[in-house]
Write a protein that binds this ligand. Structure first.
Ligand code: PGA
Ligand code: ZN
Length: 370
């Protein structure tokens, strides 16, 4: 069924096991609900009941509790002091395994550093996205989109992708580096074959240190403020070296390195492998553990970015959670495809609801000493 991706097993586990085990629980006691499911499953990676089943119930409790108390989910989950709208990282050009094009780097994102409010940030991003379409059309490049709704043209190099985006930023009368920063998700684990980083579009095979040099050149040449998964998920020495060299210039984000796993996060903190973490609810599997991972990262002084997945639904929980915990940043794709845009729309609703009380994360969240 569904090429092995059907969810009947997860649904059965919810209906036959979890609903019985949790009957009579107070849904406002999220940590007790989540703890009960973890104990029932009993495995490190939730393999008995399945993370899909467990996360589904965990989220359902949070949503039901918010509804019962007549609140937005973000209000219900927040401690009032933390409520802040996140800076969006908008993935407007897709490559790597998210697109069928020749570009190696998976995500090219724009970050509206100059925006004063979330809605202004969203407007800037949208205008750039549509100008990018015009730039691509003028070069006879395809304007079809990849998995996360960014354009997916065939280009001759990764730097060409950055140049084209800079072009679209300038066409929008915005200043790269001042109004708009560039963020990359290299997803380098996908490029790692035979102990080398393979940049196919540029015909380069690089050792770990050479890969750091390659990224260092990009940082020097372009207004890059954040790089995610610049190195392979098990290249711990490479990560340490990269952070030593560039960790005070830009944000260095672990996604595949840490997979929202507390043990891998603790190792990354200990080894100073990165300075920010990507948080994905369905990697860790409960609301309570997500909140714990965010707190652990924060206590280490790390930046926190909540994230969608390349395969997504129209669920908007991450929008509310980002505001509730004042995470600072959200990564939820481009300005097209309803599964991406619905998160932005929810953030607009929250901003509108908060009115003059709404706060927005500004560029001081980035460790920028370029
Ligand atoms: P994924 O991509 O959902 O395919 O893991 C998102 C990312 O790498 O950040
Ligand atoms: Zn990633």
């Amino acid at each position: 069924r569904y090429h092995g991706k059907g969810v009947q097993k997860a649904v059965n586990n919810v209906n036959n096991i979890l609903s019985g085990a949790l009957r009579g629980f107070d849904i406002t006691n999220q940590s007790k609900v989540d703890q009960c499911m973890l104990e029932l499953d009993g495995t490190e990676n939730k393999s008995v009941l399945g993370a899909n089943a467990i996360l589904g119930v965990s989220l359902a409790c949070a949503h039901a509790a918010a509804k019962t108390s007549n609140q937005f989910l973000f209000q219900y989950l927040s401690d009032k002091n933390t409520i802040t709208l996140p800076m969006p990282m908008m993935n407007i050009l897709n490559g790597g395994s998210h697109a069928d094009n020749s570009v190696d780097i998976q995500e090219f994102m724009i970050v509206p550093l100059g925006a004063k409010t979330f809605s202004e940030a969203l407007r800037m991003g949208t205008e750039i996205f549509h100008n990018l379409k015009k730039v691509l059309q003028s070069k006879n490049l395809t304007t079809s989109v990849g998995d996360e709704g960014g354009f997916a043209p065939d280009l001759n190099s990764n730097t060409e992708a950055i140049e084209i985006i800079l072009n679209a930023i300038e066409k929008t009368n915005l200043k790269p580096g001042e109004d708009i920063g560039i963020a990359l998700d290299v997803a380098a684990s996908e490029l790692y074959k035979n102990d080398l980083y393979n940049l196919y579009s540029e015909n380069k095979q690089l050792e770990s240190e050479e890969m750091v040099d390659y990224l260092g050149e990009l940082i020097k040449k372009y207004p890059i403020i954040s790089i995610e998964d610049g190195l392979h998920e098990d290249d711990w020495s490479g990560w340490k070296y990269f952070t030593e060299k560039h960790g005070n210039q830009i944000q260095i984000v672990g996604d595949d390195l840490t997979v929202t796993n507390i043990h891998r996060l603790n190792k990354a903190i200990e080894q100073k492998s990165m300075n920010a973490i990507l948080i994905k609810l369905n990697q860790i599997g409960t609301v309570t553990e997500t909140i714990q991972a965010v707190s652990t990262a924060r206590n280490a002084g790390f930046g926190v970015i909540i994230s969608h997945r390349s395969g997504e639904t129209e669920d908007t929980t991450i929008a509310d959670l980002s505001v509730a915990m004042g995470m600072g940043q959200i990564k939820t794709g481009s300005l097209s495809r309803t599964d991406r845009v619905c998160k932005y729309n929810q953030l607009l609703r929250i901003e509108d609801f908060l009115g003059s009380k709404s706060k927005f994360s500004d560029k001081t969240i980035f460790p920028l000493n370029k």
